[in-house]
Write a protein that binds this ligand. Structure first.
Ligand code: F6P
Length: 363
């Protein structure tokens, strides 16, 4: 029997379990493979003793409806920048990819499928360059990978945000308030833009279009002057004012990213400072957007990504990442996969169409 190792890395995302199940079911059907999972991304491989589990029918059955990942995940412990303490107790980063590649080989795995976002696929690429037979599966609620038209988790996040937005509209209307709802997305405004259009927001603020607070206030004032008496704003966590900077906590030393969150409160303070009169309330949706069961669309996408990933393994097309392009399940090289970030095009139809309907982006 050949041995296949699967792992999930980076932030969790609805649909991860559906990918694992898709891989498992397709691989089992061949009767040629045993499937294993590394717990908490590659940390399970690096651990001594290793933390690797054999996947079985009973472990995988029915998990496609379940949020999170049965293999656990982490955005700490990137082998390319592995955090270790030096003699003075300071955190320093070491490249441990070579050790990881050797360990994967010594454990006798014939193939690896790494499910994760851009950070995880950079790890896949580094491992492939060291001779590991690896396939990537893209995952992100942020929709920020340019090598695939969409990823599982994104539709679920948008649905959760839209449902929340709808609830905020009725309370905004009842109280004549300005409601600011902050959504995730890191440096891309996709979740915010889709939610704003789906919910019918008056204002949508995204990282790709730095906002002018006076323009945001003008839009609010005009709504009240027209007697509409309430305003709903969607703001992406990575949005910033012109000449302003992204609102986030200090970089956590063991994590790759600056931790974002809280820009809704900054916007609220800026509006008050600019003389905005109506009452303002802020909602930060946070990890709610990543939790729970994936919507049907994401289950299909995730399941087929799993099946496609195994097909690539069977055909020994290593060094590729599964992709969904032009309504087609295909693959791209890992090199291509990690090249470009997928930003919202501010001249594109989604933004221009929303503007044509009167939505303000604060520019
Ligand atoms: O990349 C997915 C994401 O949910 C981002 O939208 C968000 O900024 C980040 O992860 C949050 O990460 P953590 O779970 O580490 O707080």
């Amino acid at each position: 029997m050949k041995k296949l190792l699967v792992c999930t890395g980076g932030g969790d995302c609805p649909g991860l379990n559906a990918v694992i199940r898709g891989i498992f079911k397709a691989a089992k059907k061949t009767k040629e493979w045993e499937i294993y999972g590394s717990i908490e991304a590659f940390n399970g491989v690096m651990a001594e003793p290793t933390h690797i589990v054999k996947l079985t029918k009973s472990k995988v059955g029915g998990i496609h409806v379940k949020g999170g990942t049965i293999l656990k995940t982490t955005n700490k412990g990137n082998p390319l920048q592995f955090p270790v303490q030096d003699e003075d107790g300071n955190i320093v980063f070491e490249d441990r990819t070579d050790t990881l590649a050797k360990k994967i080989k010594s454990l006798g795995f014939d193939a690896v499928i790494n499910i994760g976002g851009d950070g995880s696929q950079k790890i896949s690429k580094a491992l492939f360059d060291l001779g590991v037979p690896i396939i990537g599966v893209p995952k992100t609620i942020d929709n920020d990978l340019s090598a695939t038209d969409t990823t599982f988790g994104f539709q679920t996040a948008v649905q959760i945000a839209t449902d929340s937005f709808d609830k905020l509209v009725t309370t905004a209307e009842s109280h004549h308030r300005v409601m600011i709802m902050e959504v995730m997305g890191r440096d891309a405004g996709w979740i915010a833009l889709h939610t704003a259009i789906a919910g019918g927001a008056e204002i949508c603020l995204i990282p790709e279009i730095p906002y002018d607070i006076e323009k945001v206030k003008e839009k609010i004032d005009s709504r009240y002057e027209k007697g509409r008496g309430f305003v709903n704003i969607v703001i992406a966590e990575g949005a910033k004012a012109k000449d302003g900077k992204v609102f986030g906590s200090e970089r956590e030393m063991v994590s790759e990213h600056l931790r974002l969150g809280g820009v809704a409160f900054q916007l609220s303070a800026e509006l008050k400072a600019a003389g905005c009169k109506p009452e303002i309330r802020e909602t930060v949706l946070g990890h709610i957007q990543r939790g729970g069961t994936p919507v049907g669309y994401d289950r299909v996408l995730a399941t087929m990504f799993g099946v496609k990933a195994f097909e690539l393994v069977q055909n020994e097309k290593f060094g590729e990442m599964v992709s969904f392009k032009n309504n087609n399940y295909c693959s791209v090289s890992l090199e291509e996969a990690v090249k470009d970030y997928n930003f919202v095009d501010k001249e594109g139809f989604l933004v221009q169409g929303a503007k044509a309907m009167g939505m303000s982006f604060g520019d």
